[in-house]
Design a protein around this ligand. Sequence first.
Ligand SMILES: O=C(O)CCC(=O)C(=O)O
Ligand SMILES: [Fe+2]
Length: 280
Amino acid sequence: MDNLERGCSPLDMANSMARSGQHSMTVARAAIDEALRLRASGVDGSALAAPSPAAESVFSAPREMPFIDVSSNRIVVPDREVEVLFVLKKPQVILLGNVLSDEECDAIVEHCGARYTRSTVTAEADGASVVHEGRTSEMAFIQRGEAEVAERIDRRLAALAHWSHECSEPFQLQKYGKTQEYRPHYDWLDPDSAGHRSHLARGGQRLATFVLYLCDVDQGGGTVFPNLGLEVFPKKGNALWFLNTDSNHQPDPQTLHGGAPVVSGTKIIANKWLRQERYG
Ligand SMILES: O=C(O)CCC(=O)C(=O)O
Ligand SMILES: [Fe+2]
């Protein structure tokens, strides 16, 4: 209650209670809702003017989200004109064309050269990066400030998404050879998983994902959404966008997705995850 009095956001408090490991996210939210109801009804001795209805949860209030303006089929960002190729409304999945030039795609691929290592996933138990049979690709990272072309694209994506480039993870490249895949998974971090809490503590939730397709693929290698009956094939320079949470920053289970096995050729993508807060 003292934290609420000091003006702490209920969601930040719930996240930090969940992170401490003492409570699940569900229990933390229920406890904060109850504290707010008690305060509203004056039971705790600090009555507010208007009690909120008993069943209403403070966690249903919308929060600021990154967004892409899809009111027309073209988006003008400072250094480029991007095409809107399709929009799925719920969950929001948007395919954008002409996000990167061929030269930019090639420059990023070349920059990463041979620095790839076997891809990992975040272990639920302790948050460690572990090799997993469901993700057989290789990965490489481009740290902030490392390459001019990456900085330029970072700024372009930030303008497209109306979100500070500081509130995002560095580019993560994924390279898939024949048969390699990433089986269906979620990009959001699970507040109820002990291993994900340390990652949530650094930058908050992954609100949205950009998948940048850096090359064409001869066959296979689509990005699939099993619950939506949707498959998007890689095309050099295109970018796929999806929101991982609802407007209240809570994980959306409809966003299950994966990278289908490459049948022939090589697939290279760059992931960019937009976070709630500054990521550094
Ligand atoms: O390979 C893809 O198309 C999707 C990759 C993906 O979902 C991820 O790396 O998190
Ligand atoms: Fe993913």
